[in-house]
Design a protein around this ligand. Structure first.
Ligand SMILES: [Zn+2]
Length: 121
């Protein structure tokens, strides 16, 4: 029986987790990564999570405004794209169709950033 690491998104054997890491779902290899890098991965997952919800809520939007200020460029970029999406199509239903048809530039950003994968169940 393995255990899932939320940072590298891998299932690894139990011996690759320390007691504390086990609780926090971080494997030994990832726990050696700098704090900032780990945070960025968590935040990226958080943004992908918002995009995969049926609706991006007001609370999510407030959070995205904070993430947009991240010093991590990838996190800031993803938050910016997610905010732009939330402005035109907060509901996931038909989002990609609407974006592709009416907001082509934004659709390309969603596609290129990889956020498009949040839409595949
Ligand atoms: Zn890991």
């Amino acid at each position: 029986m393995g255990h899932f690491c939320r940072v590298c998104a891998c299932s690894k054997p139990n011996e690759q987790f320390s007691g504390k890491g086990h609780k926090h779902h971080i494997c030994k290899a990832c726990s050696r990564k700098p704090e900032e890098e780990r945070c960025a991965i968590d935040q990226e997952n958080e943004i992908v999570g918002f995009m995969s919800q049926s609706n991006i809520s007001g609370k999510n939007i407030a959070r995205l405004h904070k993430l947009k200020l991240s010093t991590n460029l990838r996190v800031a970029e993803l938050a910016d794209i997610a905010l732009a999406v939330a402005r035109v199509k907060p509901h996931k239903k038909r989002r990609l169709k609407v974006l592709a048809k009416e907001h082509r530039a934004l659709f390309m950003k969603v596609s290129e950033s990889g956020l498009i994968h949040a839409h595949h169940d």
